[in-house]
Design a protein. Structure first.
Length: 78
């Protein structure tokens, strides 16, 4: 079982990969949700979070779930 700090590191690396797909910088927002299967991390465009610029808002994004075994999914329901 991984720690919350390890899960955050995994989620951060995954978020960096997502940036390549969306074409702009992303950032985590809010708290980390602890679930029975792992840790859920919520994110959006960095400029949306910091400047409330809706051009950098993501639509339909689901949290990054880092499971207790270190695997990654796009859902809090597992």
């Amino acid at each position: 079982m991984i720690t919350e700090a390890e899960a955050l590191e995994i989620a951060y690396l995954f978020l960096r990969e997502l940036e390549d797909e969306v074409g702009f910088e992303l950032a985590f927002k809010g708290e980390i949700l602890k679930t029975q299967t792992g840790f859920a991390f919520f994110y959006d465009g960095k400029r949306m979070i910091e400047e409330m610029d809706p051009r950098f808002a993501l639509a339909g994004n689901v949290p990054i779930l880092v499971r207790h075994d270190g695997s990654v999914a796009f859902s809090v329901v597992d």
